[in-house]
Write a protein that binds this ligand. Sequence first.
Ligand code: PA5
Length: 421
Amino acid sequence: MTIKLDEKYIKKFASDAELAAMRARVRAAHDQVVKATGAGSEFLGWRDLPEKYDRDEFARIKSAAAQIRSDNDTLVVIGIGGSYLGARAVIELLGASDDGLEIIFAGQNLSSVELDRVIKKLDGKNWSINVISKSGTTTEPALAFRILGAKLSEQYGDAARQRIYATTDAARGTLHDLATQNHWQKFVVPDDIGGRFSVLTAVGLLPIAAAGVDIDALMNGAATARRDLAQSDDLAGEYAAIRNILYEKGFTVEILSCFEPSFAQMCEWWKQLFGESEGKDGRGALPCSLTFTTDLHSLGQYVQDGRRQVFETFVTFANSPVEIPIERAPDDADGLNYLAGKNLSFVNRMAYRATAQAHFDGGVPNLTLELPNIDALSVGYFLYFMEFACALSAYTLGVNPFDQPGVEKYKNNMFRLLGKP
Ligand code: PA5
């Protein structure tokens, strides 16, 4: 199982000599990741995680997930940013829609309308909370937890404490202290893993397992990627080299495009990963995303014909998990009989090929990452691939991939306006 990278629509935009020079820069970045010599290297815990994760905690995650599934109709997952996006991405891509347990996300905004919707959905339900915050003090999840935690206590009294699962720092922080005092089940966000690199820790794994996704397969996929990417001429390096060449030539917007709508939240995870890791010191390609073919009928026009600042990365899947055949109609009243005998997935595949060529012809460099299947193994591979590519790309760009100083600015203003002591 591996990822395939198709770069035929890049060649016109990057000469062999430019590619060779950039590959050399990426190899130096690869060294920084492998030897932990780059900026922020104290946050490289994600790098070996797929092999070196805590097996005891992993077993506790599985049993907590089984408990959650047997006790509840609904699990409310509270978190924001890196403590939210990865779990939601995997669950929306792989979680079964007809599963007994509904997962609802809260704490990723400050909207009363949204929280009110969550509260109304919980009416008459059996539910538990997984509250996730590394720092334990982020305002959005902390407020949502204060309000929803009170509702849980109202409904279950003292037994509410068996319905709260806290994922936070191993030793310190407000959430850690609350969890200890109240005897909630605790899971750990390791010190050496930042939020946006934490999907394969308890941060992502507990909600993902609760959604019924096979987390053994997810970790196996990530472990395969780790082994593949240990070589310095790996595909993550090639992706990092291509995006840095294009960025330096003025293609400053990268669009991640997929022809599977259930991948849209994965794009959100990817946007945070690259946006927070590279967008600093006045640098970094702006990560955006589109869902096709839907967006070919809206922003497709801009991509095809608008300002030439965009490059595109397509994510495709070699196989579709379901096939819907197109039947022959006796009268061909809709004129679609030319597709009879084909599957809908074939039409979707042709739409991808047509789009990649049209965008290339319109001056949009594009590459394709093809995964074998929409399953836990492929998704685990993709998550690790992108984390590794992001670290390589940011070091090649010349920034620290693992800090996010800009995120503090709005918080400081907000706390001043709110009169925080
Ligand atoms: O990637 C990051 O570090 C951030 O997006 C954090 O995950 C986010 O701000 C939430 O932080 P915390 O888990 O401390 O509540």
